[in-house]
Design a protein. Structure first.
Length: 392
């Protein structure tokens, strides 16, 4: 089975970019099944790559390999072993027992996300190709890690674009929906069943550690605090006070539990469940102020089509944050929107400071941690942008 491209449309594949869009395709031979493996051929019949086929998505094929080799169980075993070896070489596994084990295209397995939380793997299958091989992936993951439990969180919106239903629940092993992970001497409760993403923001690990280092003697406002990753680190770092604000009452409750779990001073921690935009406006009207404000909002722009609306939202919250920031205060601000690149994000923050009437300088750039690597031929894997800004 094969896909023949239109003339001149093989250029991205020759640069090793793993996606083929529907508009690049001249013909699909032999009606391949959804998720099955197809050969990608140039208009003159030259072999280019071997890929999974997705008949419903605009991304019609995702490359498994650019070599003429079998895509089978042993092929994926090698990919999983390589991903494991990468994490073991890059991460200090004495410092954490929670990390991203498989990061889709970056690890040569498009559509597959696997996060490890202690003795449990949480798997996300996001494409027809990863769905086609899902049972094989599950077996190989248990064989290669010697673990027994896999919980599935294949409930991301992008599955709809692939024509796939939402699937959650136990994939292998016995029921485990919550446990405590270790990270740099701290413990965090993780809920796989209903938490954001796969239960925790593993990509922010190094940035949480940085907040711990910067928070001493500061009054901290942690916006979109979720289960308190930044809040707990700020408290451990010696913050004078920490206020955690999030729209989810359940997340706020878990945040409180994480403070208690780590034997941190409860009298220095307060919480507020509510719309963060409204909270920031209320604080502005009350002339509240803080030494450090953390903004880690959800994805405002999943694709470039939502960029304009997202830019307005990012500017709004950052403008409000600058107004609440004391002189010499610190803004730690993030965007995880793939449609907003680093240059645009910095431009938005600059505009927010200008409209807030404050002078600020960037003192640090932040990004996703090392277990979220970025293939040089797939820059889309770099999605987390962060800035530490100092109000002058």
């Amino acid at each position: 089975m094969s896909i023949i491209l239109k003339p001149g449309r093989e250029k991205s594949l020759l640069r090793r970019h793993p996606w083929v869009f529907s508009g690049a395709i001249h013909r699909v031979d032999q009606e391949p099944a959804s998720g099955s493996t197809v050969d990608l051929l140039s208009s003159n019949g030259q072999f280019l790559a071997r890929a999974s086929y997705s008949p419903h998505s605009q991304i019609r094929a995702r490359v498994w390999t650019f070599n003429d080799e079998p895509v089978d169980r042993e092929f994926f075993r090698k990919r999983i072993r390589a991903a494991l070896a990468t994490r073991q070489s890059l991460l200090s596994l004495q410092d954490t027992d929670a990390y991203r084990l498989i990061y889709a295209e970056s690890d040569g397995i498009p559509g597959l996300i696997v996060d490890r939380y202690g003795g449990v793997l949480v798997l996300q299958s996001l494409t027809t190709g990863s769905e086609y091989w899902k049972e094989t992936f599950a077996d190989l993951l248990l064989e290669e890690t010697s673990l027994k439990n896999i919980y599935e969180r294949s409930d991301a919106d992008v599955r709809e674009l692939e024509g796939l239903p939402s699937v959650t629940g136990i994939l292998r092993g016995s029921p485990v929906t919550q446990l405590a992970i270790n990270e740099h001497g701290l413990k965090f409760l993780v809920n796989f069943e209903s938490g954001h993403k796969t239960g925790f923001y593993l990509d922010q690990r190094a940035n949480r550690q940085r907040v711990h280092e910067l928070a001493k003697d500061k009054d901290v406002l942690d916006c979109f605090s979720y289960t308190g990753g930044f809040s707990v680190n700020a408290l451990r770092g010696g913050a004078k006070s920490v206020l955690s604000a999030d729209s989810s009452a359940d997340a706020i409750e878990l945040c409180k539990q994480n403070v208690v779990l780590n034997h941190l001073p409860k009298e220095r921690h307060s919480t507020l469940a509510g719309d963060v935009f409204q909270v920031l406006r209320k604080f502005r009207d009350e002339a509240r102020s803080f030494d450090m404000i953390i903004l880690d909002p959800p994805k405002f722009a999943p694709t470039s089509a939502q960029v304009d609306r997202a830019a307005r939202a990012y500017k709004d919250i950052n403008l409000l944050a600058f107004k609440l920031l004391r002189p010499s205060g610190m803004l730690v601000t993030f965007s995880c929107s793939g449609g907003v690149d680093a240059a645009l994000f910095q431009k938005i923050i600059a505009g927010a400071a200008l409209d807030a009437g404050v002078e600020a300088q960037i003192v640090e750039h932040l990004s996703q941690d090392v277990d979220h690597p970025v293939s040089l031929s797939f820059p889309e894997a770099l999605y987390l942008k962060g800035l530490v800004c100092l109000r002058r």
